[in-house]
Design a protein around this ligand. Structure first.
Ligand code: SF4
Length: 422
């Protein structure tokens, strides 16, 4: 059997209004030599920035190997490297890759899990670019973090680049010049979702701000409101809006910042009255979920429990029974009485894995058009075999290194998040 995954061919059946393309049946290396792009499964509206890292060509021996050959090569390389390597697999990663992971989790759980392997000289992160950066920030200086395919980025993370955020900050500082500190509170506190570049984590670290995950966003917003009159939240508008709304912030106090427009497309008074300024970013996977899908699931499965990730649009989160992070969704499923029915609004690989792990329940993804995270999908067993065999030969490929000064500021923001934990 070829190593090219054909299990997602259902994409060929997409309806005309679907935004995913049909290239999932091809090997990701077919996309790794041309222009910067997000590759198989991506929304055709998602354009990768010019400076997106580009993966060089994967050697033919890995492109042409069968599944069985790749499995044997990966297992042999892991065996040879032993405790010197730790392989991390994100929840949204394909099964053929997760099968080789020493730890499976979300981005922050994985960055921390790597630290439990003291002998590990190499951390192979089967996830996307910002996750590998975070692992590098948190790892020891003698550990190398490796991303098997450099083209595995995150379209949401790329929606907030450093220069656009700096420009936004300057405009806000001018606008809030008279309110720099009122009642001991700063005019605005920057809060970034974990899904951003290390440079933006460093930006919030330098400006009195903090990082959040989808598990702790409410705690982090409370931390920020204790220190600031308002919050600038990036890059995911949906996580920011859903979390702040649940905390009682009215929608009219949450203007959106469009980086292509002066004052983000707002008038000055709106920004003066704002409590949370939401960056115009989103996840291409989670924005696909709709209220109509929930209504259909409820009609077809009476008693179904709808779980939505907070990266989904607000109407979807409002219509769901519960909203929570990947960790929350996993625990909700694990703790439910046998025979429960779940309709889940998150990435398909994770939903399928949950369904396989919990045959006692009925579990399905709310999106009928299978659309995995296109960027996670760039990690294929062929790339994993390539970087592991190179390590056996003493060659470190695709190392992700965050410059020291950036890492120091980013670490400040990450440590504030840890300290803010409930
Ligand atoms: S699921 Fe969305 S936010 Fe997560 S890595 Fe993929 S594109 Fe980025």
């Amino acid at each position: 059997m070829s190593s090219i995954d054909t299990t997602l061919q259902t994409l060929k059946l997409v309806s005309p209004e679907a935004s995913c393309n049909t290239d999932l049946t091809k090997g990701p290396w077919l996309f790794d030599t041309g222009e910067a792009a997000y590759g198989p499964g991506s929304s055709q509206e998602d354009l990768a920035p010019i400076d997106t890292p580009r993966q060089g060509e994967l050697p033919a021996v890995y492109r042409e190997a069968s599944d069985a050959e790749l499995t044997a090569r990966i297992l042999a390389a892991k065996e040879t490297l032993g405790e010197r390597v730790v392989v991390l697999g994100h929840h949204y990663q394909r099964d053929e890759v997760v099968a080789f992971a020493d730890f499976i989790g979300d981005s922050f759980q994985l960055a921390n899990a790597a630290q439990t392997r003291e002998q590990a000289e190499y951390i192979v992160f089967c996830g996307v670019h910002f996750m590998a950066e975070t692992a590098d920030v948190l790892s020891r200086s003698d550990q190398a973090v490796i991303l098997p395919n450099l083209a595995a980025g995150c379209s949401m993370a790329d929606m907030a680049d450093e220069s656009s955020v700096e420009e936004c900050w300057e405009q806000l500082m001018d606008l809030y010049a008279d309110q720099r500190t009122t009642d001991g509170k700063a005019a605005v506190i920057p809060v970034t979702y974990m899904n951003c570049s290390a440079a933006l984590k460093a930006f919030v670290g330098k400006h009195g701000g903090i990082v959040c995950t989808s598990s702790n966003a409410a705690t982090v917003l409370e931390w920020a409101f204790a220190r600031g009159q308002r919050v600038l939240f990036f890059p995911d508008q949906h996580l920011g809006r859903n979390t702040a709304k649940a905390m009682g912030v009215p929608l009219e106090a949450m203007p959106m910042w469009n980086p292509r427009k002066a004052l983000g497309g707002n008038d000055a008074q709106t920004l003066l009255d704002a409590q949370v300024i939401l960056w115009h970013g989103f996840c291409s996977v989670h924005k696909r979920f709709t209220v109509a899908q929930i209504e259909k699931a409820r009609a077809e499965h009476p008693g179904v429990r709808i779980l939505a990730h907070p990266e989904c649009p607000m109407p979807v989160v409002d219509a769901a029974d519960e909203a929570g992070s990947t960790d929350y969704i996993q625990k909700a499923v694990a703790q439910a009485p046998a025979g429960s029915v779940f309709g889940i609004a998150t990435e398909i690989n994770m939903v399928n894995r949950l369904a396989a792990q919990h045959p006692e329940h009925t579990i399905f993804c709310l999106d009928p058009v299978i659309c995995p995270c296109s960027t996670m999908y760039r990690i294929h067993p062929g790339y994993l075999a390539w970087v592991l065999e190179a390590l056996v030969d003493g060659v470190v490929l695709n190392q992700i290194t965050v410059p020291e000064l950036v890492a120091a500021d980013a670490k400040v923001a990450l440590e504030r998040m840890l300290a803010a934990r409930p």
